[in-house]
Design a protein around this ligand. Structure first.
Ligand SMILES: *Cc1c(COP(=O)(O)O)cnc(C)c1O
Length: 452
């Protein structure tokens, strides 16, 4: 059974990690042992990331016990494809699945105050592909934000937009203000005449001029798409600009980021004119069967957001501001300092004085402080594997009930590693102790609001 000879000469994944996995499987006495090896790795992650780390990844959130339970529910073994309703489905036996999916759609519409919502995409990457399918054709010009100022591959040449043959033109961004440069946009957009402006930012600190941009492209009937992958929860909780209210035609979002639900791609819109194009781009273009367990969990997470969303998202933003200020006070330069650091769940550090983003993130990881390396506006193409910044998010620590005081403590732990050069292993016990003193997920029906 040994397959150690299958060493591919061309491999994109890290070859050593794959070789280790092959060695583990080779050492297993039977397939049951191989299954146990998988479960053991999952268990190690649950202990380390789930119990002992302070997780500050901006695109990550812990889900409530109820949401997690639904992800393992029986309904997830059932096949449902197509649209809700007896005639629309190919498979019989979907009467309760229809109930669950309809509850999910109606909860999303309520929470996001919109006329239409789709729940079927397993990721926002694919939600974005739906929008490109529905509102553009191959060869059409789309304007999207470049990565060093926060743009995401899903809207760029190297992601679905490019793979589907759309011509990608840059939205001009102001590298200091970290918002769209409206003067430049007013000059560039009429030259490119984009069919669609897709504004999606993975590095997102401040609101964007959605209404003004919409006005510019209205001249030639361009559509505005706000990719709110990161901001979805903030928008639902009323703690960020409301892109649909400001004139966006369509919004997508990742349910696993600020929204703190199961990873999913949500699509929201108001205009009945685009409903058929969007809904039929979901099915039969980008989904067949669509993880009904995830849909059930999403419905429950949306009910949680209706009850707790405003309080959770307000504290997430307050914590991000406090953390950014506390890091800056300790000698770590933070982006957006001249305008209050942030209005979202993110704080962006300039790590060029600390060995750049990758080395800094790896140092912090040795202390169980989990952040990600991040491009800065000044980074060039050749810097992309070793970018200058760090992105730090406050979703998970907030959901565990931490507040501004704990942000001071976290900034101190980060500064001990990065600024004062303490060995990460010496800082680690204090990280674990802080994490252990906040064991409970809040802002959910089981545990309510955090105390205090
Ligand atoms: C994270 C992200 C996505 C992709 O979302 P997934 O749910 O991970 O597929 C798309 N756009 C932006 C701007 C993002 O930050």
């Amino acid at each position: 059974m040994a397959q150690t000879d299958l060493t591919n000469r061309i491999e994109v994944h890290d070859r050593d990690t794959l070789a280790t996995a092959r060695a583990v499987l080779d050492a297993c006495v039977d397939p049951a042992a191989m299954g146990e090896a998988v479960k053991a790795a999952v268990g190690r992650n649950a202990q380390w990331r789930g119990e002992d780390c302070i997780n500050l990844l901006a695109p990550e959130a812990p889900t409530s016990p109820g949401v997690r339970a639904l992800l393992a529910a029986e309904i997830g073994t059932r096949a449902a494809e197509g649209h809700i309703g007896r005639v629309n489905r190919w498979f019989a036996g979907t009467r309760h699945i229809d109930e669950v999916e309809a509850l999910c759609v109606e909860l999303l519409k309520r929470h996001f105050r919109c006329n239409y919502a789709d729940h079927r995409m397993c990721a926002s990457m694919i939600g974005n592909a739906v929008v490109y399918t529905a509102l553009t054709a191959p060869g059409d010009v789309v304007m999207t934000a470049p990565q060093p100022t926060g743009g995401h591959s899903s809207n760029r040449l190297d992601g679905p937009a490019g793979a589907m043959g759309r011509t990608v033109v840059d939205i001009p961004m102001d590298p200091d203000e970290l918002v769209v440069d409206l003067d430049l946009f007013r000059r560039a957009a009429p030259l490119a005449r984009p069919k669609l402006v897709a504004l999606g930012l993975s590095m997102t600190l401040f609101p964007q001029p959605v209404a003004a941009m919409r006005e510019v492209i209205a001249d030639w009937g361009g559509r505005f798409f706000f990719d709110a992958a990161h901001q979805l929860g903030l928008i639902g909780g009323g703690q960020f600009q409301d892109p649909l209210g400001e004139g966006a035609d369509i919004v997508t979002g990742s349910a696993g980021k600020t929204f703190a639900g199961p990873q999913s791609g949500i699509i929201l819109w108001n205009d009945p004119e685009i409903t058929e194009a969007v809904t039929t781009a979901v099915f039969p273009v980008w989904a067949a069967t669509h993880q009904v367990n995830r849909v059930a969990a999403l419905a429950l997470a949306t009910a949680e957001a209706i009850e707790f969303g405003a309080a959770l998202q307000a504290q997430i933003v307050a914590n991000a501001k406090a953390l950014a200020q506390a890091l800056q006070d300790r000698g770590i330069p933070m982006l957006g300092a001249h305008k209050g650091f942030t209005t979202t769940h993110q704080a962006i550090a300039d790590a060029r004085g600390f060995g750049r983003g990758l080395a800094a993130a790896q140092q912090l990881e040795r202390a169980n402080l989990i952040v990600n390396k991040n491009l800065l506006p000044a980074d060039r193409k050749e810097d992309w594997d070793y970018p200058g910044g760090l992105r730090i998010g406050t979703i998970e620590v907030t959901r565990f009930g931490m507040r501004e005081r704990e942000m001071e403590a976290i900034a101190e732990l980060i500064a001990r590693v990065l600024v004062r050069g303490e060995a990460p292993e010496a800082v680690l016990p204090d990280v674990v102790a802080l994490r252990h003193s906040f064991p409970t997920i809040h802002y959910c029906f089981e545990n309510g609001l955090p105390p205090g």
